[in-house]
Write a protein that binds this ligand. Structure first.
Ligand code: ADP
Ligand code: GLC
Length: 490
């Protein structure tokens, strides 16, 4: 099949979170499976032009009352032969930040930037004389792709092209004032008909959910959860109405990047058969964070965006969060790498200044993220909701037992510890409260000190859990086939 991935992020070119990992890894797996798969991305400043090849001639994209032009650059996705196209438009993408900056978290012209991008995907295919069987769009920035396909390109060379839309995070919907609607070059009746209308504003994600031939999200549990009011972010009704077209496909782990037996970021390597290198990683991690190099104290790691989704309020909320008591009541060490909401960054730093066994780095570092996965004994991820979550899968692979809330992809990947039998690969809790995080960390720490044989067996078991992208790519292949059948029968 010919598949075009339309995404605002893909590793290694542009990343703000797991979306980038998913798009890069799925593309590689589809390429391995023999599909002709390609990616289109905006060319942000973080992608230097000098590493790219410029294609002949500009691209003309109809928007607003006129048109915008951009240049097209090309590269190849590392580790495979999939082409990656970059749309180079200085005014829209020539800046730092994918969606915004610390000061302006959602760029004011995001609806223009990403509607341009979505429309340009079609023009790119025309320019390449390559019409895909499937347009696979990801998250709200590509939300207009299925809308354009259904309502603007239905009788064009895209008439036999199917659309698949993947929800990576229902919490971000791309909601903007309807004043911007004319910019999309869609007739006003589509404001309602295409599902873009949302409390008299525009909702790009909603448009995609209503218009796409097939829908997917990144774990089976999240696919069920988003059809309930608690997790549906007010789109659960629409999702329920499309439930026969919605599937949850669990993400995989890219073992080229995340394998403790070959990880280039680690001072020592290890495997399930021989875990001795993990102790060297723990020592290096303690050194890096300025903690005493003690092999016997349980070390808990976190790598996270510091946003409400990740349960940071219950951990670090001023006065009520449980992090302070966890660190002062229990004999353990905690290291955190993350960035995000300013209040939480401040709170985390204040905590690190007060208590010696809690250490934090605010910022983004691939190397440190890998070292935390390898050097920690446990990985804490108390997410409010988690569409899939990659870090807990990395943790399992690195023999670092996850302590997670039973939600979304966390529920699908971590098996709860059973004290009587020693079964399980991690520690789960249901209710998101400071108290249950405290209790569950306490439970893990207790097992660390008192059930050493269980912990050792759980580590080995966790390391054998396979989350392969080849399996996921197979499921996406079936989803594409379903979408195509639908479009070609209609
Ligand atoms: P989300 O996409 O919701 O943030 P995921 O668990 O799916 O959550 O993916 C997060 C990805 O981003 C992982 O690859 C993780 O290692 C990485 N990541 C998050 N924060 C940082 C950071 N501060 N430094 C390095 N990597 C990070
Ligand atoms: C989003 C979700 C995360 C998921 C990732 C990749 O960022 O928050 O849970 O793993 O997308 O699909």
């Amino acid at each position: 099949m010919k598949i075009l991935m339309v995404s605002s992020e893909a590793t290694p070119f542009a990343k703000s979170g797991g979306l980038a990992d998913m798009v890069g890894a799925l593309t590689r797996a589809l390429d391995r499976a023999g599909h002709d798969v390609r990616i289109v991305l905006p060319r942000y400043y973080c992608v230097p032009k000098t590493t790219l090849k410029k294609l002949e001639g500009p691209l003309c994209v109809p928007v607003g009352w006129g048109e915008e032009w951009c240049a097209v650059y090309e590269s190849t996705l590392p580790g495979c032969k999939a082409p990656v196209y970059f749309l180079d438009h200085e005014r829209f993408f020539g800046r730092d930040g994918i969606y915004g900056t610390k000061e302006e978290t959602d760029f004011r012209d995001n609806p223009q930037r990403f509607s341009f991008f979505s429309r340009a995907a079609f023009q790119l295919c025309r320019k390449l004389d390559w019409i895909p069987d499937v347009l696979h769009a990801h998250d709200w920035p590509a939300g207009l792709v299925p809308v354009y396909r259904r309502y603007v390109e239905s009788a064009s060379e895209f008439a036999r092209t199917a659309t698949v839309f993947s929800i990576h995070n229902l919490g971000y919907q791309g909601i903007y004032s309807k004043e911007i609607f004319p910019y999309f070059r869609l007739p006003w009746d589509l404001f309602h008909k295409a599902g873009l209308e949302y409390y008299d504003a525009i909702n790009l994600l909603k448009g995609a959910l209503a218009s796409s031939d097939q829908l997917s999200t990144v774990s089976p549990t999240y696919a069920r959860e988003i059809q309930t009011p608690e997790f549906g972010c007010s789109l659960d009704g629409l999702l329920r109405s499309r439930s026969s077209d919605l599937i949850g496909i669990l993400n995989g782990v890219d073992f080229d990047d995340w394998d403790p037996s070959s990880d280039r970021h680690l001072p020592a390597h290890y495997s399930a058969a021989d875990l001795s290198g993990k102790a060297a990683c723990k020592a290096a991690l303690q050194r890096e964070f300025g903690l005493p190099e003690d092999p016997d104290v349980p070390l808990i790691g976190m790598v996270t965006r510091l946003t409400d989704q990740k349960g940071i309020g219950e951990l670090f909320g001023p006065l009520y969060g449980s992090a302070y008591r966890i660190c002062t009541d229990m004999i353990l060490q905690v290291v955190l790498l993350g960035s995000g909401d300013r209040w939480c960054e401040d709170e985390v730093q204040a905590l690190a200044a007060r208590i010696p066994n809690f250490r934090a780095k605010i910022g983004y570092s691939d190397r440190t993220a890998h070292l935390i996965e390898a050097g920690s004994d446990f990985f804490l991820m108390p997410s409010r909701y988690e569409p899939c979550g990659l870090n807990q899968m990395y943790s399992l692979r690195y023999g670092t037992l996850p302590i997670v809330r039973r939600t979304g992809g966390l529920a699908d990947t971590v098996e709860n510890y059973r004290q009587d039998t020693g079964e399980g690969t991690g520690f789960l809790f249901d209710l998101l409260t400071p108290r249950s995080i405290y209790d569950t960390v306490g439970w893990a720490v207790w097992a660390y000190y008192n059930k050493k044989d269980h912990i050792a067996a759980m580590r080995k078991r966790a390391m054998t859990r396979e989350f392969t992208w080849d399996r996921a790519a197979g499921e996406y292949g079936e989803l594409y086939a379903r979408a195509l059948r639908r479009v070609r029968v209609d």
